[in-house]
Ligand binder design. Sequence first.
Ligand code: 4NP
Length: 172
Amino acid sequence: MSSQSPYKVLCVCLGNICRSPTAEVILRHFCDAQQLDVLVDSAGTSNYHPNKAPDSRSQRHAKKRGYDLSSLRARQLTIDDFSEFDLILAMDQENLNDIQALQKRALAQATLQPLKAHIALMSEHDPVYTRQALPDPYYGEAEDFERVLDQCESSAKAWVELFKQQALNNKL
Ligand code: 4NP
């Protein structure tokens, strides 16, 4: 883990309009609440919705819990993200596979920039949804958007506990 400040985390899903913007805002909220020096961003493995605001259903459900997604804009994951970010969090296994495939291309092209990004599932340390996929709500119903919020809150809390330990050990 990097000792540089701030520690940079990128949340990644397919479209960057439902799950990863939700994860971004929730993880930032919990990091800020603990005054952790963590910068959070999000991206999509696809370029389906460039520069689009988060899905209106994601925004509406998030707002009911006090999270504002309105200022976010979708972008695609790039090769540069592997040198820019310390930690890349995949929302599901397919995202993880796609991120790892792009990381291979980044490694092949790497010159002076070290590729520092560690890649993990969003649910890696989650005690409730351990290593479970964050289900894609795009073709789903209200309860699927609520599930995204429940799982993002649970997984983000687990990451924040880890970050707090690492901050105590001066590794963050
Ligand atoms: P996300 O959801 O990956 O959580 O942002 C999706 C958004 C859009 C599409 C698929 C999933 N799409 O096919 O356009």
